[in-house]
Design a protein around this ligand. Structure first.
Ligand code: FAD
Ligand code: NAI
Length: 475
């Protein structure tokens, strides 16, 4: 008889492994199937996020930031560096070991929470007697049965037509995280999150980076004032960003890649680079899942169709994370995983899409939650704005990192916080206060009246809240 489970999760990324752990915490007999292999063929749970996404990119961002500080920032502190060098192989090796610590951590968490882990590909076989048969194809093959199935199969990088990834010259996020030597010239197609983060890594290490973006506006999802500041700073750092381009062809030759494109003025251009990163978004992944076997409904882009509660068209089949609608973010996937496990247990799991933070880990970091000023204008909402620059923050001055600002948007009548936008040092950490405030429906005045430690970057948050009422104390 096949092994039987209450809940089987297909996919062990941040959505899937967290869903399996929460299901087990709630008393279910839970299993998680994940096919990712490490370089020795062993299991590497954690999905895109752990293996070729959030974690390794932040490891390289940290290494490259240290290098840049050592080369350009230390002198101001009276620290001199002679003969600065970077060992790329060591940097990549460190990143790989950070990834492995996370893979091993998840395997440990499965054991701790009594989640059964299967290393292999999970695919639907049939729906039978109120349950689902799922085949696991790994080193061995077996079929297991589940009352509830959570699909968490994630996403893959979108290819540019006519420019397939070879991960040698034309790189997805995977190849972009393991370039063996700093390319002299690096091209990036797409100035979204990956383009900016990976472009920053390799620029800091010495590459001449050109980013080609189709849209005429830079960072359209961010608040316009943040996008404007970011464009100014990135340009000064040496990131060459061309907007409004139309790629007409990509030639992958022996000595590098040539990109042909029409620029914003309509002129034909050609860019020759040693390596090309293509980061033009990601597509939902259901390869090998065999959704047809049970009639699982996908949309025209291949994403699993779900309602607000992550229910699919099939009873007791749920889907979460990058494989469904909504932002492709690890923390969104995790929140959906927890909510679905709780719904299966008859509880009221909930994900508040209005308070999902966004972070871009460039330098300066960019982070926001809630509405942008342009969205509020478009929605006809009456609002007040308050802004405070890091230039006037004592801790930022001591750090030597005074770029950027914190900006609050609050309802003109009720003062409820509608959005917070930060560009500056440690924006990724500072944004949490705004998320908590918005989750509790706080007003700007609430934040303005809370005691913030001195000297700290968070005082800029308090001051931006005060600025909503035009009563900053330090600016
Ligand atoms: P995934 O992480 O993609 O995991 C899906 C897993 O399912 C994979 O392990 C896959 O092998 C497995 N799988 C697929 N099909 C099957 C099958 N049939 N059987 C068994 N296993 C299967 N997000 C952030 O929030 N912050 C960041 O800083 C951030 N940085 C990123 C940097 C990069 C370079 C990239 C590419 C992405 C980044 N993201 C970041 C996005 C984040 O990685 C994704 O949103 C997140 O991983 C989605 O989680 P998931 O669980 O839905 O899917
Ligand atoms: P993205 O959606 O962030 O950006 C893609 C960019 O490519 C857009 O600006 C788009 O206009 C542009 N583009 C699309 N087609 C193009 C074309 N043919 N020519 C030129 N430009 C084109 O996607 P990206 O950077 O690939 O990242 C995928 C997702 O991964 C992100 O949306 C995000 O959800 C996640 N991610 C999150 C990170 C974080 O939270 N810090 C870091 C990296 C990725």
């Amino acid at each position: 008889m096949s092994k039987q489970f209450d809940v089987v999760v297909i996919g062990g990324g941040p959505g899937g492994y967290i869903a399996a752990i929460r299901a087990a915490q709630l008393g279910f007999n839970a299993a998680c199937i994940d096919e990712w292999k490490n370089d020795k063929g062993g299991p590497a749970p954690g999905g895109t996020c752990t293996n070729v996404g959030c974690i390794p990119s932040k490891a390289l961002l940290q290494s490259s930031e240290h290098f840049e500080h050592a080369g350009h920032g230390f002198a101001d502190h009276g620290i001199s560096m002679n003969d600065l060098k970077i060992d790329i192989a060591k940097m990549i090796g460190r990143k790989d070991s950070v990834v492995k610590q996370n893979n091993d951590g998840i395997l440990y968490l499965f054991k701790k929470n009594k989640v059964t882990f299967f290393h292999g590909r999970g695919s639907f076989v049939a729906a039978k007697d109120g349950a689902y048969e799922v085949k696991v194809a790994g080193a061995t093959e077996e079929t297991i049965t589940a009352k509830h199935v959570i699909v968490a199969t994630g996403s893959n990088a979108r290819q540019l037509p006519g420019a397939p990834f070879d991960e040698v010259n034309i790189l997805s996020n995977d190849g972009a995280l393991r370039i063996p030597a700093v390319p002299k010239k690096l091209g990036v197609i797409g100035s979204g999150v990956i383009g900016l983060e990976m472009g920053s890594v390799w620029r800091r290490l010495g590459a001449e980076v050109t980013i080609l973006e189709a849209l005429p506006a830079f960072l359209g999802a961010a608040d316009e004032s943040v996008a404007k500041e970011a464009a100014k700073v990135f340009k000064k750092q040496g990131l060459n960003i061309e907007l409004g381009v139309k790629i007409s062809g990509v030639e992958n030759g022996k000595s590098g890649v040539t990109v042909k494109y029409t620029d914003a003025k309509g002129a034909e251009q050609s860019l020759a680079v040693d390596k090309l990163i293509v980061s033009i978004g990601r597509v939902a992944n259901t390869i090998g899942l065999n959704p047809e076997a049970v009639g699982l409904k996908l949309d025209e882009r291949g994403a699993v169709v779900v309602d607000d509660e992550c229910k699919t068209n099939l009873p007791n089949v749920w889907a979460i994370g990058d494989v469904v609608r909504g932002p492709m973010l690890a923390h969104k996937a995790e929140e959906e995983g927890v909510a679905v496990a709780e719904r299966i247990a008859g509880q009221h799991g909930h994900v508040n899409f209005n308070t999902i933070p966004w972070v871009i880990y460039t330098s300066p970091e960019i982070a926001w939650v809630g509405k942008t000023e342009q969205q509020l204008k478009a929605d006809g909402v009456a609002y007040k704005a308050g802004q405070f620059p890091f230039l006037a923050n004592g801790r930022a001055r001591a750090l030597g990192d005074t770029t950027g600002f914190v900006k609050f948007l609050a309802d003109a009548k009720t003062d409820e916080i509608l959005g917070v936008h930060i560009i500056g040092p440690m924006a990724s950490e500072l944004i949490s206060e705004a998320v908590v405030a918005m989750e509790f429906k706080a007003s700007a005045e609430d934040i303005a009246r809370i005691c913030h430690a001195h000297p700290s970057l968070s005082e800029a948050t308090k001051e931006a809240a005060l600025a909503v009422d035009k009563r900053t104390l330090n600016f």
